[in-house]
Design a protein around this ligand. Structure first.
Ligand SMILES: [Ca+2]
Length: 314
């Protein structure tokens, strides 16, 4: 839990996600407010019953043209310039991992967060009715209102689908990135102890952000809180709307928080999330090293996820 979160005059400085109706609603997190928070949570989780719109046409995806049109036919041949493209049109590029359980490997990161259209395809095949936020989303926006369990189930489904189609080898699999792998993808992996808990590393590297080293963020840095005046989106934005980082990855800062595979704390009570969201404002929360932490079953309209593709011998 992020005890440093607070709000002032209705503006949330921390990442605590509580939405009521169409407007983000902020409550401080300290225990004295927990009963109030619980009451609001019962009334509104920030996520409505379901999407009732068709998945849409991927050809309308502005990010579909954001990277080079060359594509690798097999995952292990993927490069930043020629990503591996799977059956959902998701693009994967390699990230060199230093430290941790995948030290020395090339892990393929999805260049985007999982989109609404991707999750609707999964939901249709699985017969699941997904939740949706109180604001409108287009098919190419990142899916939100998904728990850690939802995200892991999506990865398992996608692995089975792609293995059946012959796109993946029997030991290749889609999964969530580890917290350390995410650090490598955002460019701070060598500055952190891969074995330390995410909690102990959260926010510890100052003045390093997904867009660089200056504060405040420059225009076009990503989709953050409207008060930062760096983008034109009140809520989520289409994936790939901003510049990619040096690894070719979009939205590594802003748009939606991304689930990782790892526990945040030694007690294994919370999961670690990375990347900040369209509703994040405070300086520390935008740092590349900041970790958000919520329960694995929580679903919020500022939280989505990104898949990686682990390739055997990668
Ligand atoms: Ca914004």
């Amino acid at each position: 839990m992020n005890l440093e979160e607070f709000s002032f005059m209705g503006r949330r400085f921390g990442p605590l996600p509580v939405s009521v109706g169409a407007s983000p609603y902020c409550l401080p997190w300290p225990p004295v407010f927990l009963l109030i928070l619980t009451a609001f949570s019962l009334l509104a989780t920030g996520c409505k019953e379901n999407y009732n719109r068709a998945a849409g046409d991927a050809s309308n995806d502005p990010a579909a043209h954001a990277t080079n049109s060359a594509a690798a036919s097999k995952p292990r041949d993927a490069t930043k310039e020629a990503p591996f493209v799977n059956s959902l049109g998701m693009k994967f590029v390699p990230v060199e991992i230093t430290g941790g359980s995948t030290n020395g490997e090339r892990v393929l990161f999805s260049v985007w967060d999982i989109r609404v259209q991707d999750y609707l395809e999964y939901s249709r095949e699985k017969g699941i009715t997904p939740q949706k936020p109180s604001f409108e989303q287009e098919p190419t926006h990142p899916v939100v209102c998904v728990s850690w369990y939802d995200a892991k189930s999506f990865c398992r489904w996608l692995t089975a689908r792609e293995r059946a189609s012959g796109n993946l080898g029997p030991r290749d699999e889609y999964r969530l990135p580890s917290d350390h792998e995410w650090s490598c993808a955002v460019g701070i992996g060598r500055q952190e102890d891969a074995e330390a808990t995410p909690e102990s590393k959260s926010g510890q590297i100052g003045q390093v952000y997904p867009w660089g080293t200056g504060w405040p963020p420059p225009k076009g840095a990503g989709n953050y809180d409207t008060a930062l005046v760096v983008d034109d989106f009140d809520y989520t934005s289409p994936v790939g709307s901003f510049a990619a980082n040096e690894n070719g990855l979009y939205d590594m800062g802003g748009n939606v928080w991304q689930w990782s595979e790892d526990w945040y704390d030694a007690k294994k009570e919370y999961l670690a999330l990375r990347g900040a969201s369209w509703f994040t404002l405070g300086e520390i929360y935008l740092r590349s090293a900041y970790r958000y932490s919520i329960h694995p079953s929580d679903r919020y309209d500022i939280v989505g996820f990104r898949c990686v593709l682990g390739i055997s011998g990668g």
